[in-house]
Design a protein. Structure first.
Length: 133
């Protein structure tokens, strides 16, 4: 496999992890803004549309993560960082599921940003380590 393609695949995963973090942050800010303007009852439909977009980005991110881990398998440090990034990303989805079972889902909504940020940072460090090998 071409080395440029491998670098591109690892870079795409790191970029998608950052896009997902930005989308999650934008979702939170947008939710606060719409709740203030529309009220809680009308803003629910808008939130579900944003969640659908984030799910699509997340799905593409998981596919690219599997590809990035596969192409970086020979580099132990990069591989472990990319795997840790993917695990942190799965914790973001776990927090989203747990927030739907709480009485006040807004309590855990800010906690979603922590695993997303961690996944993004680990993906970029893994990309850097892979490029430096």
């Amino acid at each position: 496999m071409n080395e440029r393609f491998r670098f591109l695949l690892v870079g795409i995963y790191a970029w998608l992890a950052t896009v997902f973090l930005g989308g999650s942050l934008l979702d939170k800010v947008y939710a606060i803004y719409l709740k203030g303007i529309l009220g809680a009852s009308e803003s629910g439909m808008v939130f579900s549309e944003i969640s659908d977009i984030l799910l699509c980005i997340g799905f593409i991110m998981v596919i690219s993560a599997i590809g990035a881990i596969t192409v970086s398998w020979k580099s132990k440090v990069a591989r472990n960082l990319l795997i840790a990034s993917l695990i942190a990303f799965f914790f973001e989805f776990l927090i989203s599921v747990l927030s739907s079972y709480t009485n006040n889902p807004q309590d855990l909504s800010w906690m979603r940003l922590l695993p997303s940020g961690l996944a993004s940072i680990l993906a970029f460090i893994g990309m850097y380590k892979y490029y430096r090998q």
